[in-house]
Every structure is written in structure tokens, then in C-alpha cells.
Design a protein around this ligand. Structure first.
Ligand code: C2E
Ligand code: CA
Ligand code: CA
Length: 900
């Protein structure tokens, strides 16, 4: 992935026109904005300037008018004064008359010269005295007056500067009484008098004020308050346009001057003009500062936009890069998965107004993914999940809301994995799919894998796990899955339901005696018979061992269950042919009913089990409905079990010993060790109260070890007491013999207590020694090899035949007390004894008759040649110390059987 992210290809992919456009959109936008801003500002400034110029031109014209008015007043003074001088002179014609200039005296400040010239141009009188003044006959104004009869004030328009002597010459014609030209009166006004109207407040620092004649001549000018000789306008104002205003920037102005707002105005009716020129720069100064502010603002805005554009471009770039990277990853992932059989989708979350995810957009998918849904990839891209059903029944239209909900969950949790079976009607055609949804950024990466074959395999395994290999019936797993459903149905349909707990009677014996092969065959037949007795809707399962369960659904009442149970009991009572032999078993059935006996699986099964125990307790081969009273006995059983565990832990057992006597001499020739439980509450308990339970629970192995230890310890003690010892036999149950290490333990025990192997014997029932594989026979041989003798206990009750007896490599046969009890009552018992005794003799085995209770039985046994006897008649089992006393005596009865 790093290669993808840094390689040239990455940049090439990233800098596609589409991406460039996305990146440059912000800078472009900002540039346009900045352009608009500047253009707007410039146009605004231009408008402002124009408006201001217009206003300023108006103001300049007003200023020119105001100044013209002022000057016009001053010129009026000159007019009046000259008129007075004219009249006065014509009346008096008296040179040097002080009175003549008396009136002009007040204007001395602004008049540089006031005088009268005679008709020949000679100054004859002046305010300054008539001294050496040049002849004026050649001067323009003199000639004007000489030639024109007008008596009005004349302004010398064509006077040269020298003529004027730096003054503006106003003159009037003097007439002789006869009306002939008689000279001129003239007043020279100082130009500064007229330009004194220049004030800084109106004109600024570099304003211009000029007085010009009608021919463009300049009389006076002030620039910034200083006298200058600059005309400002190259072409002066004319009488044709007595007032006006315009902006003079490039043309019509001396090159040395600056652009100005110029206005002119004729001074009264005099041939004089005021020209006012205000500096554009100065006038527009406020505008300029505004413009500067504007520009500054625009510049700041431009910077801001530039930074904004940069940020925008950067952000866009990052976004584009991220998108591109994500795209690359997706592409890579898609390419990677293209070959695989995994469908890949990339979904983008679509949010609603309230910010919740309302849908997903398929941004990408690989061909396998599209093919899984049965459509082309191109068709899927850009589609919404909710719109999928419109293109096909893709992804199970009916499940669409849950698809979106799952997507939402994946967005929250980061990862969701599940498996689902598509509906057969969908484009997935009932496939099993594994779905993995992973959150990646703001989207989801979804992979779909067809796991149909794995599922089929799983289903097979499941079926196998739910099937009992031996009988092919459903097993316990199946039952535990099935029963809740059956119960739910019964609950919904208000039916009763019956659960049968079936146990094959005496199966253990058959199995132990005839071997597992026969046992298996028997179970198989039992299963077939059970099945044959059931209705099609009933269910049968094998729980394990010889336990079966039947579930009857939709039964009307207990009577229906009773009928089925009866049929089963009958069916299993019939003898079962297996191989060459025939086995007769039977069955005990416990029945619990829903809802009367329980409403859940556990309760119903437990109660059926209890009822089954009740059936067993009542004598097997029958059925029993569950009753609450049965609880008690089962409870006791459970209690005893736990008490027994404590007893084994706390060593609450003692040994009793029952002697075995020679039937002929009455001498003690052996003894049997019999265990007793010293119960803390119930007192001394005989083995029938606990051995079966210990065997069933496996506790017998530990208990057996305790017994062996106590027996060996007792022998050691008797040896130490120097008693005439006889062999002591102890009982080993089948389970213990087959599941524990009796030989090894015994060897250790013998060694630990320093006793001889000949001093111990073990008693085993026939069934313990009959097995398929011969393990028990081998173990027995090993024990005998140690020098420990072996007795066959309860001989005659099992299934062993005389032929089998030969195979049993044992030392002594203990004929079961049931045969002894029959002695004297039936001939059959005697025949049995005789046969056994003769065969035992032939096999060099000893024979012991158990359960001898009467002297008659003893005598019969003596006659039948049975050499050893054991029973209450001679002696019941007694505690160790009592036995020690008996041992010391050696003999317990006379040859006639009289007890000593
Ligand atoms: P068993 O091995 O057949 O032991 C003989 C049983 O018959 C003893 O019963 C004994 O008290 C009883 N008995 C003796 N003489 C007579 C008689 O004249 N008439 C009658 N009716 N009974 C007589 P107990 O002690 O109650 O033991 C019962 C069974 O418990 C034993 O039968 C044996 O199978 C088992 N058992 C006893 N102790 C042990 C033991 O330490 N380990 C194992 N595994 N089983 C034991
Ligand atoms: Ca015994
Ligand atoms: Ca016995």
C-alpha cells in the first residue's frame, strides 16, 4: 500500500483533470471574487472622483464668481474715482490742484499712479507730482481715447508691461468744453490689489488666481498667494464665453503646472476676467485618502481571499488525496479480491436530515460480488442499497431494512460478522453466505463469501452429532434441541405431551456376561422394536447406554401414553435372538406428562427418570407415571450418595469377618472380609445399603482401596499377635476390577504390611471374569501369579456355563446361598451341588457353600462332598477383635456339626 501511496502512479492518478478542478475551484473562485472586488472598487472610486470633480468644478466656478464680484466692486471704485477725476478736471482744468486727487488719496494703497495727461500726452498733474514722466501719446489707451469719443472707463488692454509699469491702467477721456479731446485721466491699479482676493481657505496652498484681459493678456496672477506672471490657461477666456469651468489636465496648461480645476468669470461688464485654478491634487485630497483606504481594504480583502484560496486548495487537495487513497485502497482490495471467490462491496453511508444513517450507497464492488447477486458490476455502482431490489432481487429484498440496520450497527461497532442463508427466491438462490462488514473511514467494506459447501459439511457433521452411531436413532443432543420446540408446539396448540424414560432391564448383566458385541446387538434390536411400537409423529432417541427416550406429541390424555407404554413393555419382554443365543431382558419405563408433571425440558426429563427408577424399584418390566412421592426415595438416594462420598473421604468404614470352616473337621480354613459403613446417624449399615450406589457412582474404586488396606492391616496385626492365621478373602466388584488397578494396589499393600500373598484372597463374581477381550482373565492370571488365590463368588447366579468354568483360572468356587437355601427342599439343588463338586474336583478347585443356616444343610453338604462351608449357622460376620478370638480357638464345631 505504501508503494501505491508514494509512487508516480499515485500522483498521476491524483492529478487528473477532475481532481485538479476540485483542487483549483477555491483559488479560481477567490480570484474571481478579488477581481470583482477590485473592479467594483475602481469603478466606485472613478464615480466618486467624477462626482467630486463635478462638484468641485461647480465650487470653483462659484469661487470665480465670488472673486469676480469682489474685484468688480474694486473696479467700480476705480470707475467712480476716475469719473470724479474726469468731471473735476474738465471743470477746473487746473494742474497741481490738490483737491483733484483728494478723493484718490484714500486709495493710495492700491493705486500706484493717478494722473492727468494733456491732449499731447504730457502728464500735467499727478497724485505723485508731475515730475519727469514720459509722454503717453504713444500709449495704447491714450491713442484709444484720442480716437474714441467714449467717456467711459477704459482698461488698457494692449499695454505692454512697461507701459503699465506693472499696473493695470484704467483711463478716461477728458473733453475740452467744445468736446474736443483734451487729454486723459488715468489710474494705475496695483495688480496685488486685485489678487488680494486670494485666500487660502478657498484656494488652498497652491491655488491660482489670475486677472486677464479680453485678449488673453495677463494683468495679475497669484499662485499659492505669491505674485506670478503665469497665465495658467494658454488660451484666455473671451467675451463670447464670459464664464465657464473645466478640468485642465493635459492640454491647455503650461507644462510646469499641475492639473487644475479651472473657472473663469468676467468682472462685471469690464473687459476683465477672473481665472481661478484650484489644484486637482489638493481638492481631491479627501477623495485620495478615501481611495487609499479603499485600496487598503481591497488589498486586505485580497490577502484574505488569497489565504482562503490557499487553505481551500489545501483542504481540497487533502480531501482529493484522501479520496484518491481510499479509491486506491478500494481498487487494490477489489483487484486483490477479484480473483478470489469473495464478493467485495464498498458502501458509503447516506445520512438523513436528523443525522441518522438512512441508506448506503454502493461506491464499489468487485465482479464476484456483483456476480453473487446476479447483476453486472457497472449496474450496481452508485446505487443505493434500498434501490437494489429494483434491479434484481439482490440481497434479498425482504431483508433490506435489516441490511441497512446491520450496516448502521457496523458503522457504530466497527465490525460485524455474521452468516445467513439467503431466501431461495433471492438471486443468491438459498446460498449460505458469510458476511463481514468493516467500517473504513466514513464507509463500510463488505465481503461476502459463499460458504454453502462448508455449511453443508457442517450440517452433515451436525446430523452426525445428532445421531447415535449404533442404532442410527437421534441422540441426546438432538433430543435437547428437539424437546424445547416440541414443548413450544404443545404450549401453542394446548396439547399434552408425554416423555418416556426407558431403561432396558438387566442389560448390564447381558453386556457384562456376553460381551459388548452382544450388548450392542441387543440394543439395536431393542431400538427397532421401540420404533415399531411408535406412531409416525412420535419421536425416539437413545440417550446412551441402555436408556431411550420417547416423546409423544399431541396426546389427548394419560391413557394414550399408557397404551404406548404397555406396547413397549410387551415388545421388549419378548426374548431377543442374538447370534446363537437368546437373551431375555425387559424394560422399565418412567413417564412424565406436560404440562401436569412439568413445563420445561429439564423438569420433564428429571421426572420421567424418577418414574423410571420407581418402575425399577417396583420390580422392573413395567411402566410408571411420575408421582411426587417418588421424589422422596430418589432424594434419599441422592442424599446417600453425597453422604457416601463424605464417608469415603472420612474413612467411615469398618471390616467384619465371617469364617469359612472345613465341613469335615470344623476347623477355620479361611474367612471373608465384609465391609460395614459406620454411619454417623444411621449406625452400622450393611453393604446392600451402599455397595450398589458406590458401584453406580464409581466410588467403589476408592472404597475398594480402603477395604484392601483395612484387610491387609488387620492381617499384619494378627501376624504380629502370632495368631494361627488363615487366608482372608475380600470382595472386589466388577466395576472396581475392570476400572481400577487391583493387582498393582494389592502388591503395594502386601509389601507395605509385610504379609504373604497367600494370606489374602480375592472374591470376584462370574460376570466380572467374562468379557470379550480377555482383559479380566489376564488381570486375574497376573494376580494369581503373585500367589494370591481367587474365589468365584455367588457361583450359579450368572450366565456362565460349566464349559466356561474351565476357562476360568480360579481356585475356589463359592456356591451362591440361593442354592444352599434350596438344599433339602428340591432335588435340583443337590444335583447342582453334586455336579459342581465333581467338576471342581476334576479341575482341582475348592468348593465353598455360602449361606449355610442350618445343621441339616451342613449335613447334606457334608454328604455331597462340599469341603468348606460358610454361613450364619456356624458364625455370622464379626468384628476383627472377635475374629481374633475365634482364630485363636481354630475350631468352631465338631465333625458332627455341633458348634463349640
Ligand atoms: P457376598 O459376597 O455374597 O457375601 C456374603 C453375604 O452373605 C454377606 O452379607 C453375609 O453377611 C451374608 N451371609 C453370610 N452367611 C449367611 C447366611 O447364612 N444367610 C444369609 N442370608 N446371609 C449370609 P453382607 O455382609 O451383607 O454382604 C453383602 C454383599 O455385599 C456381599 O455378598 C458382597 O457381594 C458385598 N460386599 C460386602 N463387603 C464388600 C466389600 O468389601 N467389597 C465389595 N465390593 N463388596 C462387598
Ligand atoms: Ca463374597
Ligand atoms: Ca456370595
Amino acid at each position: 500500500m505504501a508503494d501505491i501511496a508514494t509512487g508516480k502512479g499515485f500522483w498521476r492518478g491524483l492529478l487528473k483533470p477532475r481532481h485538479m478542478l476540485q483542487i483549483l475551484v477555491w483559488p479560481c473562485f477567490c480570484a474571481v471574487l478579488a477581481g470583482l472586488l477590485w473592479a467594483g472598487m475602481f469603478s466606485q472610486l472613478e464615480n466618486d472622483r467624477r462626482r467630486l470633480e463635478h462638484t468641485l468644478l461647480g465650487q470653483t466656478a462659484a469661487l470665480a464668481r465670488a472673486v469676480a464680484k469682489g474685484i468688480s466692486l474694486s473696479v467700480s471704485h476705480v470707475d467712480e474715482l476716475s469719473a470724479a477725476l474726469q468731471t473735476h478736471w474738465e471743470r477746473t482744468s487746473h494742474p497741481g490742484d490738490d483737491a483733484l486727487f483728494h478723493d484718490a488719496e484714500f486709495a493710495r494703497a492700491w493705486l500706484s499712479f493717478v494722473g492727468v495727461a494733456n491732449r499731447s500726452g504730457q502728464v500735467v498733474s499727478s497724485m505723485q507730482g508731475a515730475g519727469a514722466l514720459p509722454n503717453l501719446a504713444a500709449d495704447e489707451y491714450f491713442r484709444f481715447h484720442a480716437q474714441n469719443r467714449s467717456r467711459a472707463l477704459h482698461v488698457c488692454t494692449h499695454c505692454s508691461a512697461q507701459d503699465r509699469g506693472d499696473a493695470i491702467i484704467f483711463s478716461r477721456r477728458l473733453d475740452a468744453p467744445d468736446g474736443a479731446f483734451n487729454g486723459v485721466v488715468m489710474l494705475n491699479v496695483k495688480p496685488s490689489y486685485l489678487t488680494s482676493f486670494y485666500d487660502r481657505a478657498s484656494f488652498g496652498n497652491s491655488g491660482y488666481l489670475g486677472i486677464r484681459g479680453v485678449h488673453g493678456e495677463l494683468y495679475a496672477a497669484s499662485l499659492g498667494g505669491r505674485e506670478v506672471h503665469q497665465p495658467l490657461l494658454r488660451v484666455g477666456p473671451t467675451l463670447a464665453e464670459p464664464s465657464g469651468a473645466r478640468l485642465v489636465d493635459h492640454s491647455d496648461r503650461p507644462r510646469s503646472d499641475q492639473p487644475r480645476l479651472v473657472a473663469w468669470q468676467q468682472i462685471g461688464n469690464f473687459p476683465l476676467f477672473v481665472v481661478v485654478g484650484l489644484s486637482v491634487e489638493e481638492s481631491l485630497a479627501p477623495y485620495r485618502s478615501v481611495a487609499v483606504n479603499y485600496t487598503r481594504g481591497a488589498r486586505a480583502a485580497t490577502w484574505f481571499l488569497a489565504i482562503f484560496a490557499l487553505c481551500g486548495a489545501l483542504a481540497s487537495f487533502t480531501l482529493v488525496r484522501r479520496k484518491h487513497q481510499a479509491q486506491e485502497i478500494r481498487d487494490a482490495y477489489r483487484l486483490a479480491t477479484e480473483g478470489a471467490n469473495e464478493g467485495f462491496f464498498f458502501l458509503r453511508a447516506v445520512y438523513g436530515r436528523d443525522g441518522t444513517i438512512v441508506d448506503f450507497l454502493i461506491e464499489d464492488c468487485n465482479r464476484t460480488g456483483a456476480a453473487l447477486g446476479g447483476v453486472a458490476r457497472e449496474q450496481l455502482l452508485g446505487m443505493r442499497l434500498s434501490a437494489l431490489p429494483s434491479v434484481s432481487d439482490f440481497m434479498i429484498a425482504a431483508e433490506m431494512p435489516s441490511q441497512i440496520a446491520t450496516g448502521r450497527r457496523a458503522m457504530q461497532e466497527g465490525l460485524v460478522q455474521d452468516e445467513w442463508a439467503a431466501a431461495p427466491s433471492s438471486s443468491f438462490r438459498g446460498m449460505w453466505l458469510h458476511r463481514k462488514i468493516m467500517r473504513v473511514g466514513s464507509g463500510l467494506a463488505v465481503t461476502l463469501r459463499d460458504i454453502s459447501s462448508a455449511k453443508a459439511h457442517e450440517k452433515n457433521l451436525l446430523a452426525m452429532a445428532h445421531e447415535d452411531a449404533l442404532t442410527k436413532l437421534p441422540n441426546r443432543h438432538w433430543l435437547m434441541a428437539f424437546l424445547p420446540l416440541a414443548l413450544a408446539r404443545a404450549r401453542q396448540e394446548h396439547h399434552q405431551l408425554a416423555v418416556f424414560f426407558i431403561d432396558i432391564d438387566n442389560f448390564k448383566q447381558v453386556n457384562d456376561m456376553l460381551g459388548h458385541g452382544v450388548g450392542d446387538a441387543l440394543l439395536h434390536v431393542a431400538a427397532m422394536r421401540l420404533k415399531a411400537e411408535l406412531r409416525p409423529g412420535d419421536s425416539l432417541a437413545r440417550l446412551g447406554g441402555d436408556e431411550f427416550t420417547v416423546v409423544l406429541e399431541q396426546i389427548g390424555d394419560a391413557g394414550d401414553a399408557r397404551l404406548v407404554a404397555q406396547r413397549i413393555v410387551e415388545a421388549l419382554r419378548r426374548p431377543i435372538e442374538i447370534g446363537t443365543g437368546t437373551a431375555v431382558v425387559g424394560s422399565s419405563i418412567g413417564i412424565s406428562l406436560y404440562p401436569g408433571d412439568g413445563e420445561d425440558v429439564d423438569t420433564l426429563l428429571r421426572h420421567a427418570d424418577i418414574a423410571m427408577y420407581a418402575a425399577k424399584a417396583a420390580g422392573k418390566g413395567r411402566y410408571c407415571f411420575f408421582e411426587h412421592e417418588q421424589y422422596q426415595s430418589i432424594l434419599e438416594r441422592v442424599e446417600t450418595q453425597s453422604a457416601l462420598e463424605t464417608a469415603v473421604r472420612n474413612d467411615q468404614f469398618v471390616m467384619y469377618y465371617q469364617p469359612r470352616l472345613s465341613s469335615i473337621s470344623g476347623k477355620i480354613c479361611g474367612m471373608e472380609a465384609l465391609v460395614r459403613w459406620q454411619h454417623p446417624v444411621r449406625g452400622l449399615l450393611p453393604p446392600k445399603e451402599f455397595i450398589a450406589l458406590a458401584e453406580a457412582s464409581g466410588l467403589i474404586v476408592t472404597l475398594g482401596k480402603l477395604v484392601m488396606e483395612m484387610v491387609c492391616a488387620q492381617i499384619e496385626q494378627w501376624v504380629q499377635m502370632k495368631l494361627p492365621l488363615v487366608p482372608v478373602s475380600f470382595n472386589v466388584s466388577a466395576f472396581e476390577f475392570n476400572n481400577g488397578d487391583v493387582r498393582g494396589q494389592l502388591a503395594l499393600c502386601i509389601e507395605r504390611h509385610h504379609i504373604h500373598p497367600q494370606e489374602v484372597e480375592i472374591e470376584l463374581t462370574e460376570s466380572t471374569l467374562v468379557d470379550d477381550k480377555g482383559d479380566a482373565v489376564n488381570a486375574l492370571a497376573a494376580i494369581r501369579k503373585m500367589g494370591v488365590k481367587c474365589l468365584v463368588d455367588d457361583f450359579g447366579t450368572g450366565f456362565s456355563s460349566l464349559s466356561q468354568l474351565q476357562r476360568l483360572d480360579t481356585d475356589i468356587l463359592k456356591i451362591d446361598q440361593s442354592f444352599t437355601a434350596q438344599l433339602g427342599r428340591t432335588k435340583k439343588a443337590e444335583t447342582f451341588f453334586r455336579a459342581i463338586v465333581s467338576m471342581a474336583d476334576a479341575l482341582d478347585m475348592g468348593v465353598v457353600a455360602e449361606g449355610v443356616e442350618t445343621i441339616e444343610q451342613l449335613h447334606l453338604l457334608q454328604l455331597l462332598g462340599c469341603k468348606e462351608v460358610q454361613g450364619y449357622y456356624m458364625c455370622p460376620p464379626v468384628p476383627g477383635p472377635v475374629m481374633a478370638g475365634l482364630l485363636a480357638k481354630r475350631f468352631m464345631m465338631t465333625r458332627e456339626g455341633v458348634l463349640l
